[in-house]
Design a protein around this ligand. Structure first.
Ligand SMILES: *Cc1c(COP(=O)(O)O)cnc(C)c1O
Length: 425
């Protein structure tokens, strides 16, 4: 290996082709979608108190099957998981100014859903090994204003929900699980996402199964389920028509999933277990071949759970590798392997740094509903920040089919860069 062999210094790439993209669709989805289109009924929801308030036949059938699959009393579809998160935060009855503890190492919507109800996101730190919320850090961030915790089962494995639920019970807090990336995985013998008061999954194009856009909320609580259905579908009108006494957080939305998407979702759900076990097998093969590279740590799967490998979240120890994580990432990208050396530190987004959300005057933070000064400065989540700045190396394994030949190419790229580490610095 000479320096100029490395693609970053002009050498031939280890991966010259485009890696095969993941596609969970087949003929079943085509037939299911066509059947709905032929029926002419692309959505049957009615935003008033009527039997169609709960949606059309495909939506209801999909919800029934999803409830069975996830082992919950209620599965409620929505037009995106962002919508699902907004509905969930509303349904638990947050008041403006309530504090909701959330992870910074997640997709932005996990935290934005809190702001949508004028509640205040409070960022707790993550565990370095699993990237999930640290129970100790949640504890440190609980105040008398805390109302709820929004957990993300990030990259595809459950957070420590037994401990988090126990902590929440002690402090009388509600818990929401953002299990967008961990759909179909298990924790303590139950589906990830079903431990919280409300959980749920994304059906967006980038996820393990999808309907283009969409989401599913899950809960065992009848009252929360009905509240979610009201928020999904112009609840303020329905509450008036039914004479409901509970009007809390019934600001109307249209979060309804279409019939085509629901019909596709029914087919996708049937395939989920196979798709996941196939992904797990292929990732295991990749892991076996790169697990001895010095300074490279592969994803840690914590006890009593499995991993969907939405993202293969690795870490580099630059003191062992002798090269910074960013440079290794650049070298791998040059070889044709699309890896990232950062993920998310949501608290560092300008919206939080400048405390500018609704309008120009700092609402909700500057309003009297906000009971104390909540900090978002760099330093509040040291593990999440250090991972992003120094150690993290992610491969988006959900986006890749990982066929045998492609795994070999990926392994070649890693081995090539590691054998040339002395040249990269
Ligand atoms: C994808 C994702 C979302 C958003 O889901 P959409 O269906 O795209 O709105 C939220 N949280 C996490 C962790 C995600 O990965």
């Amino acid at each position: 290996m000479v320096k100029s062999d490395l693609a970053i210094f002009g050498g031939k790439k280890a991966i010259e082709k485009t890696l095969v993209s993941y596609n969970p669709f087949g003929q079943d989805e085509v037939i299911a979608a066509a059947e709905v289109i032929r029926s002419g009924v692309l959505s049957k929801f009615l935003g008033s108190w009527h039997e169609d308030f709960y949606g059309g036949p495909k939506v209801r059938a999909f919800e029934d099957k999803a409830a069975v699959y996830f082992g919950v009393k209620h599965a409620i579809t929505v037009n995106s998981w962002t919508s699902g998160l907004i509905a969930a935060v509303g349904a638990i009855g947050v008041e403006p100014g309530d504090e909701v503890i959330v992870t910074p190492w997640t997709m932005c919507a996990t935290a934005t859903a809190i702001l949508h109800w004028n509640a205040i996101p409070v960022f707790a730190d993550i565990e370095k090994a699993t990237y999930n919320l640290s129970v100790d850090s949640i504890k440190e961030n609980i105040t008398q204003n805390t109302r709820a915790i929004v957990v993300a089962d990030i990259f595809g494995q459950s957070a420590d929900m037994v401990e988090i639920m126990a902590l929440a019970a002690k402090h009388n807090l509600k818990v929401i699980s953002d299990s967008a990336q961990a759909i179909g995985t298990n924790y303590m013998g139950k589906k990830t996402g079903t431990f919280a008061d409300i959980g749920g999954y994304s059906l967006n194009y980038h996820k393990h199964i999808h309907t283009g856009e969409g989401g599913i909320l899950v809960t065992d609580d009848d009252a929360l389920a009905e509240k979610l259905r009201l928020i999904r579908n112009h609840g303020e009108v329905v509450a008036a028509e039914r004479g409901d006494s509970d009007l809390i957080n019934l600001v109307g939305y249209n979060f309804r999933l279409g019939e085509v998407e629901a019909a596709i979702g029914l087919e996708q759900l049937k395939k989920l277990d196979n798709l996941l076990s196939e992904k797990q097998k292929r990732v295991a093969k990749l892991s076996r071949k790169i697990n001895d590279l010095p300074g490279l740590t592969l994803p840690v799967v914590a006890d009593n759970r499995d991993h969907s490998y939405y993202i293969f979240g690795m870490q580099i120890d630059p003191t062992i590798a002798g090269v910074s994580c960013d440079l290794i990432s650049d070298a791998l990208n040059a070889e044709g392997l699309p890896v990232n050396s950062s993920y998310q530190n949501i608290h560092l987004l300008p919206m939080y740094q400048k405390k500018m959300a609704y309008g120009s005057k700092g609402f909700p933070w500057t309003s009297e509903i906000c009971k104390r000064e909540v900090r978002y400065d760099k330093g509040i989540c040291p593990n999440a920040e250090k991972l992003n700045d120094e150690f993290y190396l992610g491969l988006n394994t959900c986006a890749l089919e990982l066929v045998d030949g492609d795994i070999d190419l990926i392994v070649n790229a890693f081995q090539k860069v590691w054998s040339g580490l002395e040249h990269i610095s």
